[in-house]
Design a protein around this ligand. Sequence first.
Ligand SMILES: N[C@@H](CCC(=O)N[C@@H](CS)C(=O)NCC(=O)O)C(=O)O
Length: 228
Amino acid sequence: MALKLFELVGAESNRPFSPYCWRIRMALAHKGLEAELVPWRFIEKAAIGPSGQGKVPVLVHDGKWVFESWEIAKYLEAQFPDRPSLFGGAQGQALSRVYSNLGDVHAGQIVRFVLLDIYKHLDAANQAYFRETREPRFGMTLEQVVVDRDAKLQAFRDSLGPLRNVLKVQPFFGGDTPLYADYAIFGQFQWARAISDFELLAADDPVAQWRTRLLNAFNGMALAAPAY
Ligand SMILES: N[C@@H](CCC(=O)N[C@@H](CS)C(=O)NCC(=O)O)C(=O)O
């Protein structure tokens, strides 16, 4: 069995920082699966060409190319049913879709805090690509996107209220132990840590304490990765 995961990095090949790739890193660890980790940069489209699209994460399993974090998570669950479940059953899988979508919403919020920090971690060729693709998307310069980030912070923290209320009474969204629902949300916070020293969470926030529990999971795998 051969598994390969293409992961987004910047100038430093040992600093993976995609929120979606982190979801899959955690999912692989949850299943106790070893994968060859392939550092990949935005402009290296040819390397993932066989997947038929241009974004990571991309998983290659015995020659089969799988993309989209949610599809990869479902694929791992289906292919490795004897390993610890990512979803806790069919109903859990259905409910996990909500967390995956919620994680996407968080990514859309968090990017407005860390966009310029991502740019600062790229080499010159990827910086040019990043500016060319992101500035039209936001309709402003990278610098303008983050200029008022301090003012936006409280609203972001407030938006985490429903998650915070859950984490006040149970250690993980999965209950006593984490599931893919946890990784689908954690990916965004690990992305921000990997790339930015901007403190998204107050230290006494139950969400920060949950993040710490996941940083320490799997023998501190996420904690050991380069971050701020
Ligand atoms: N919905 C996709 C999103 C994947 C995605 O947006 N990946 C980004 C890195 S975080 C990417 O590869 N972007 C390539 C580009 O912008 O050219 C998933 O869940 O996997």
